[in-house]
Write a protein that binds this ligand. Sequence first.
Ligand code: NAD
Length: 333
Amino acid sequence: MSETIEGKSYLITGGASLVGSHICDVLLQAGAREIRLLDNFSLGTPATIAHLENEPRVTRIRGDVLRLVDLLEASEGVDGVFALAGFLTLPMSKDPLTGLSVNVIGMLNTLEACRFNQVRRVIFSSSIAVYGTPGGGVLDEDRGYVSCDLQPASKLYGASKLIGESLCAQYAKQYGVQFNALRFSSVYGARQHARAVNAVFVAKICDQVARGEAPVIFGDGEEVHDYVYVSDVARACMLAMVSDAHDLSINIGTGVDTTSTEVARMALRLSGKADVEPVYQADTRAVKSAAATALQIDVKRAESTIGWRADVPLEEGMRRLMEWQKANIAPAS
Ligand SMILES: NC(=O)c1ccc[n+]([C@@H]2O[C@H](COP(=O)([O-])OP(=O)(O)OC[C@H]3O[C@@H](n4cnc5c(N)ncnc54)[C@H](O)[C@@H]3O)[C@@H](O)[C@H]2O)c1
């Protein structure tokens, strides 16, 4: 690894995001000199980065990725940019005009600012949504986008991330702006928000169990997701910034499929209520991501290119999430 984080300066767009706030934490731990957090707070809240208030190496910038001038100023002199500003499927379903603008034009502006300011590398927060409908078999990075059976907002989200990756590749080819596009699976953890369909399920289950209720599962409980803890994702982003390998799309997940029933059973075990049975209800969710009974995300490329593999097993991650919920979310009266 030729680059180091120590002494370097970074910009995180969407700095008040779940993932961005954790990237800031790992960069600080690794000795970064300066971190700029740019956010327009349209989705994220200052509470997500409140723990950084007295950190002199962190600068908050109220800015908009749809305004190129904001990005030109914010990225001046930085060594790298973490492009996190984005609309997930749920906010995309409510406001596709802004969602597509942020995910596509916002990303184009980010790359344009990097080109102008000669920023060495951009880490793009992509998603396994770029595969669309999981078609069976191992999901490696060479699989294409299959959009059949997807809900419209899911389709738009996946397509917008594919465009983001294509823009990165174009700027690398045309202008030499290095990138790595990290395709996150379902990210969950401390500072969890309610914008990510699959992580919301985990957070709700933990909350229900903590309040002494039986966990509610939509459908037959066989739907699987690959849940990856947020601090593991943040570490992947940092490694992708300094790795010798670049201009790649890389899956960031655990490689482990977990059913909804298993999630509920873990939450019950963690709360000492293993004898409680989950309740199964008809799936009435208005917005869903791609659902399957097998995902099998291939995570070999992450290990061979950026030296990353997930460290936090789901049960440990849920324990941390429950601890955070206990300290931060007022119990329902
Ligand atoms: N959370 C997941 O499970 C997951 C999975 C795959 C990919 N991703 C991607 O990773 C990124 C971060 O995810 P997250 O869950 O931390 O997101 P998040 O919703 O917590 O944060 C997104 C941030 O972008 C900001 N933002 C939106 N529009 C903006 C604009 N015009 N200018 C500046 N900031 C703006 C929001 O205010 C918010 O703070 C997103 O791009 C998301 O698509 C997330």
